[in-house]
Design a protein around this ligand. Sequence first.
Ligand code: ADP
Length: 608
Amino acid sequence: MDHRKPATADQFSIPELTSVTPVGHLAGSRRVLADLVDLLYRQAPVSFVITLVVAAIVGFELWDAQHRKLLLAWEALTVLVTAARALSWFAYFRGARRSEHLERWLRWYALGALATGVLWGIAGAEFFPLQTDERKVFLAFLLAGMLASGIPVFSAFWWVYAAYGVGIVLPFTYVLAIHGTRLHAELALLVPFFFAVNVAVALRLSRVFSDGFRLRHAHERLAQDHADLNNQIQEQIDELLQAQREIEASGRKLALFAERAPIAVFDIDGMRTILDMNPAAENTFGYSATELSGRNLQRMLFPPEEPLNRDEWWSDFMNGRQPASGVRASCMRRDGIEIMCEFSLTPLVNDEGDLISVIVQGRDITQQLEVERVKKEFTSTLSHELRTPLTSIIGSLQLINSGMMGDLEQEVAELTQVAERNGQRLLDLINDLLDIEKIESGKLTLSVEPISIDALVRDALVLNRGFADRYKVRVAVRGDVPVVTVNGDYKRLLQIMTNLISNAAKFSPEGELIDVEVKIYGNTVKVTVEDRGPGIPAEFRPRIFSRFAQADSTYTRQKGGTGLGLAICKRLIEHMNGQIGFLDREGGGSIFYFDLPIAAVDAATPIH
Ligand code: ADP
């Protein structure tokens, strides 16, 4: 039985007593037949003994010189028939598969019984006429006895007894009728009558036997069913006990979770009455569990205007029976301090749809909100208080450095150039910080439009020419640029291109070439920037697109940068449904690429 499956009602059904359910390897009626045949054979030795003993008595009583030969011949025949029957008896009990040949064994037995009956019939027919009156009585008495004694021995099958009896009765009746006195002739009429009565008794007995066996089998089946039933009940009890142990264990586990959880957990009922709470809830709200249990959650913790305190909100939640999360509410601690909490509410409903309880999990987010506020303030400071003046400082420096304000002395010019470069680096950093903040707070908005990739590549090359010159590298387009259109934010794509090209320029040895290539793969366009620099160190690869990630080498640090560029690129390109990645370049260097879905393909036109 499958232990995980509970027993179903029909597993307990008890077979009908009269059914022919196989018991052992035999069907019911066949088994009864087997038992009856078995009974016959088991009783056979009684018949052998009676036959031989009575035959000996006959020999002793009827012995005289006149009929000696006849008597000896009869005795020999009787011993022979009994020996043959004994042999078949022996063979039956030695035979391995006797139950398969029941009918054959029964036939042999019936034949043996008939032969024995005929022998007694012959004895009556042959010896009766030759005897004195006294011996006649003896013989008649003997034959009647043999007829009667056959009942218990042969009546497992009434017709076996009948065959035996016919063997005795027919010849004897015949002799009585024709070779005796009138009295004998009358007796000849009575003998078949007695025989018929005996057969009727045998018939009843054979029915009693077969009913007895049938009952015994039914009883065995019942006992078996009873044992099976007991086993099933025991298995079910074991399963239930196991399930109970598992439930207890998981209950303890759950209790431990709640007890050790760093967030406040309340167990409340449908009326918002607190049933239980964990230690973190005690810490968060300053009440002990005994103080709050049995009290109303909303009245104890929330000011009246809070959504959790409003009955409509609660009845909506109760009707919906759906978990609610991210529910923010300001709560009153016991000491009167107001804190901001974020709650998740999970209704526990049983199979019938009845509410068992509501699990309320809450965490104090006052500090988190404060951090967010400070971050926001910082961002706006960066944006307005730093970026705006810095832009105008850089603008002024650019004006001075361009010579429009007149020639500068060599030393002054060098200083203003350093100031412009560092100002620009500072502005890049501020821009990167603002970008990442915008992306992560979900405030990034893209102005998506159809963009021609060849125009994008051309602009990126022009824009980065100055940068490349500074690092004394060349940037060139390899092969033809297919004219395809993608949907994206032009400024942001240019920012990505600039980041990849400027990284490649930063890390390329002087005088080296940076290849930019555009290829179409199915319905995506792949833009690659290939440099001949040091490549990306293996341990740094998994982190390269994370914020503030820089390979920890002096070489990288010498090159400067914030470690934000690639993180921004990844998020930007993903916002445009694209992908960014990098590969090793054969012979040294890296290949950075981004893929974008193609919006439209035009005829390929090479750009130079
Ligand atoms: P930044 O360049 O501003 O430091 P990035 O996010 O663009 O930030 O790059 C992160 C780091 O990845 C770099 O500091 C550098 O260690 C590594 N890196 C980026 N591009 C390359 C490149 N083409 N060759 C070698 N290292 C690179």
